[in-house]
Design a protein around this ligand. Structure first.
Ligand SMILES: C[S@@+](CC[C@H](N)C(=O)[O-])C[C@H]1O[C@@H](n2cnc3c(N)ncnc32)[C@H](O)[C@@H]1O
Length: 276
C-alpha cells in the first residue's frame, strides 16, 4: 500500500456499489455491529438532540440512523448502494432513506443541523468534494463528524489482516485503484482537510473498537463475506496464497482469545467540526 495510482472516480464508485450490493446482508450481520460501537460518541459529538435535522452520509444498513432516531432526531440517511438502503429502511422505518452520492448531495443548502458519516469517508474517490457537499447542506453553526480506521500501527485488527496479505499474497490486485485506506486515520491530515474546506473548531480523538469472532477460523470467512474491498482482495489471491494468509490470520487471531471468543482490538479516528 505505498504508491497510489490515479483513481477513476466512476470505476471506483461502480466497484463500491457492486461490492456493497454483494455483501449487504453479511455486512449488516458481521460488520455493522463493529462500526456501530462508535455511534453514541458520534451523536454526542454533533450534539444530536430532540427534533434536530440530521443527515447520515453513507448510512449503510442504518444502525447510526437508528441510534439518532432514538434520540429524537429527524433523520435522513443517504447511501450509494440500493441493497444497503433496503436494509436501512427495514431497520428504521422512522427515518427517511435515499440512494445517492455523498459527492453530489441531493439536498438544498443549509438543510441540516448535523451531518455524520461513519466509516464512509474512505470510500469516496474525492473526499474533499464530499466534505464540501456536507458543508453546503449544513446550516451555519451546524456540526459535522466522521470516523475512519486508524492505520495498522495503531490498529491490531488491520495489522493482522493486511499483514497476512502483505506477507503471503498481493495487496495490489486487479481492482479499480482506491483512495488511500488510512489517509483520514491521521489527525493532522483530518485537521488540514477540514480547515481548508472551510470548517472551523476541528477536533480529533481516537476511539477503541473491538472485532469479535466465535473462533479464529471464523475471521477470514467473515471478512470475505462481509467486506467489499478487503473481501475482494482476499478472494483474488491464488489458492496457495489464500491458504497461507488464512493460516496466518488463524494463528494471529488465537492471541486474542478471551472467555467471550476472539476479541481483536482496533481503533477509529473521530473528527468533529463546525460550519462557521
Ligand atoms: C463501510 S460502509 C459504512 C456504513 C455505515 N455508515 C456503517 O457505519 O456501518 C461504507 C458505505 O459507504 C457507501 N458508499 C460508498 N460510496 C459512496 C458514495 N459515493 N456516496 C454515498 N455512499 C457511498 C457504501 O455503499 C457503504 O454502505
Amino acid at each position: 500500500m505505498t504508491a497510489h495510482p490515479p483513481i477513476n472516480d466512476d470505476a471506483f464508485k461502480q466497484f463500491e456499489r457492486n461490492g456493497f450490493s454483494r455483501v449487504a446482508e453479511e455486512y449488516d450481520r458481521a460488520i455493522a455491529q463493529v462500526t456501530s460501537q462508535v455511534n453514541e460518541a458520534i451523536l454526542d459529538a454533533v450534539e444530536t438532540g430532540y427534533n434536530s435535522r440530521l443527515l447520515d452520509v453513507a448510512c449503510g444498513t442504518g444502525w447510526l440512523s437508528t441510534a439518532a432516531v432514538k434520540r429524537g432526531a429527524i433523520v435522513t440517511g443517504l447511501d450509494y448502494t440500493e441493497n444497503m438502503i433496503a436494509i436501512a429502511r427495514w431497520r428504521c422505518p422512522e427515518a427517511e432513506f435515499q440512494v445517492g452520492d455523498a459527492e453530489n448531495l441531493p439536498f438544498d443548502s443549509g438543510e441540516f443541523e448535523a451531518i455524520v458519516c461513519n466509516f464512509g469517508i474512505l470510500h469516496f474517490p474525492d473526499p474533499e468534494r464530499a466534505i464540501a457537499e456536507s458543508l453546503r447542506v449544513l446550516k451555519s453553526g451546524g456540526r459535522y463528524a466522521f470516523t475512519c480506521w486508524t492505520p495498522p500501527t495503531r490498529n491490531p485488527f488491520m495489522a493482522l489482516i493486511l499483514g497476512a496479505v502483505q506477507t503471503h499474497g498481493i495487496i495490489e490486485v486487479d481492482l479499480p485503484p482506491a483512495p488511500p485506506l488510512f489517509r483520514f486515520g491521521d489527525a493532522e491530515e483530518c485537521k488540514k482537510v477540514l480547515s481548508t474546506s472551510g470548517f472551523i473548531s476541528v477536533s480529533v480523538s481516537e476511539l477503541p473498537i473491538k472485532w469479535t469472532f466465535s473462533t479464529p477460523q471464523d475471521v477470514m470467512p467473515t471478512i470475505v463475506a462481509s467486506s467489499a474491498r478487503l473481501g475482494s482482495i482476499l478472494t483474488m489471491q491464488t489458492p496457495e496464497q489464500r491458504h497461507n494468509i488464512e493460516n496466518e490470520i488463524i494463528e494471529g487471531a488465537k492471541k486474542y482469545a478471551t472467555d467471550n471468543g476472539i476479541e481483536i482490538p482496533a481503533s477509529a479516528i473521530l473528527v468533529v467540526s463546525s460550519k462557521p
